[in-house]
Design a protein around this ligand. Structure first.
Ligand SMILES: Cc1cc2nc3c(=O)[nH]c(=O)nc-3n(C[C@H](O)[C@H](O)[C@H](O)COP(=O)(O)O)c2cc1C
Length: 363
């Protein structure tokens, strides 16, 4: 081919690549638009938060599969968070354990944000109907945990291995203190490795369960447009994965989401992790799961305020047969473990989506 032919050839390739990139981006939406959307979702109020801001902050809580299974009410002297049972995940969470823990996480955010907005909340009930509060006026009090709410994220990535200082561990322990809830912080490598083995065993069991995979897939959002459209679910980029058009993402998921590669990823994440937080509630029922959620959210916000990242590796509590092994390993033989959380220092990932606050209101 002569020079002109080469130039035409290269020009043609560039046009094709440009057209391909354009088609790809129009099928996924752009990360720049997604970041701008997140900036609005997570905007920090200029002064004390209004009631819509308080509910928006409540909805930024950690929650299983990011289904946001809650309905909020806040008016006059009362507030409530009811379960939204249309957002259950019956395969991974058949007894709604994660759902009630998630309500507890949201309850903690709501109480912290309400306080910043000049409202004191006193819990008056917590059970299978959710959480209820009496609300009274007080002086607005902004705290480091309030500041951490829009910055907290589950960071499913390797950490840098740097150990947590003794006073950091002490602060996490103090933050999670809650009647009826036990927290075990694991920092010895041999015990972290033993928990890792249960995470891998649980992951292997889940990934060979077609019902688990089908449920998970229904909550995956492969690109910014899909995440912004539903405002819920597990956004690929928030788990450190590339964004793709939906049909390509589903094919790639079937082709590449395999027990071997996922277990290798989890093993590397655990090897980079200097501390684990494992929660045990003293009873296995909604009221206690809500308490665990409140303690967990305070731990996560405290970690965020101290510059730490965290994420959940709950396989050993989701696969019921592994719970007694995890409890025995940590010397809590009679209790049901509720949550396993990695803690460490590392880089942030894109934030998870959230639904508009209006769609999370009761009534
Ligand atoms: C009860 C509960 C269980 C969870 N289990 C897992 C888990 O096993 N693996 C995981 O990667 N994330 C897990 N998460 C984290 C959620 O997926 C995450 O909170 C949600 O996607 C919203 O993202 P964010 O925490 O970054 O706001 C869990 C969260 C809660 C509250």
């Amino acid at each position: 081919m002569n020079r002109r032919g080469v130039l035409y050839g290269l020009g043609g390739l560039a046009v094709a690549a440009g057209a391909g990139a354009f088609a790809w981006t129009s099928a996924t939406g752009s990360m720049a638009d997604y970041e701008a959307w997140q900036t609005r979702l997570r905007a920090v109020p200029a002064g004390p938060p209004s009631i819509p801001d308080i509910l928006r902050y409540a909805g930024m809580a950690a929650n299983g599969h990011n289904t946001q299974p809650w309905r909020f009410a806040l008016s006059g002297a009362e507030a409530g968070i009811a379960p939204d049972l249309s957002r259950r995940t019956p395969v991974v969470d058949p007894d709604d354990h994660h759902l009630y823990v998630s309500l507890g996480c949201a309850a903690e955010n709501l109480a912290i944000a309400a306080r910043a907005g000049g409202l004191r909340t006193e819990e008056t009930g917590a059970d299978e109907n959710g959480v209820r509060f009496a609300v009274t006026a007080t002086a607005p009090q902004s705290t480091p945990l309030y500041d951490a709410i829009p910055r907290r994220q589950s960071t499913r990535a390797p950490y840098d291995g740097r150990p947590l200082a003794a006073d950091t561990l002490k602060a996490l322990e103090a933050a999670a203190a809650e009647p009826g809830v036990r927290l075990i912080l694991v920092t010895e490598r041999a015990r972290i490795d033993a928990v890792r083995d249960l995470v891998l065993e649980g992951n292997g069991a889940q990934m060979t369960d077609p019902a688990f995979i089908a449920e998970l897939k229904a909550w995956l959002r492969f690109n910014p447009d899909a995440a912004m459209k539903t405002g819920d679910g597990l956004f690929a980029a928030a788990s450190g994965n590339p964004v793709m058009p939906g049909p390509v993402g589903r094919l790639a998921f079937d082709a590449f989401f395999k027990p071997g590669s996922e277990n290798a990823k989890y093993a590397a994440h655990m090897a980079s992790t200097p501390a684990l937080a494992v929660f045990f509630g003293e009873a296995a029922r909604p009221a206690n799961w809500i308490r665990v959620g409140r303690a967990c959210q305070r731990l996560a916000l405290t970690a965020t305020s101290l510059g730490l990242k965290h994420c959940f590796v709950n396989q050993p509590v989701e696969v019921a047969a592994l719970r007694p092994k995890l409890a025995a390993l940590l010397g809590e033989g009679d209790l049901r473990p509720d949550l396993v959380i990695r803690l460490g220092y590392g880089e942030a990932l894109p934030y998870s989506p959230r639904r508009p606050v209006e769609t999370t209101m009761a009534g």
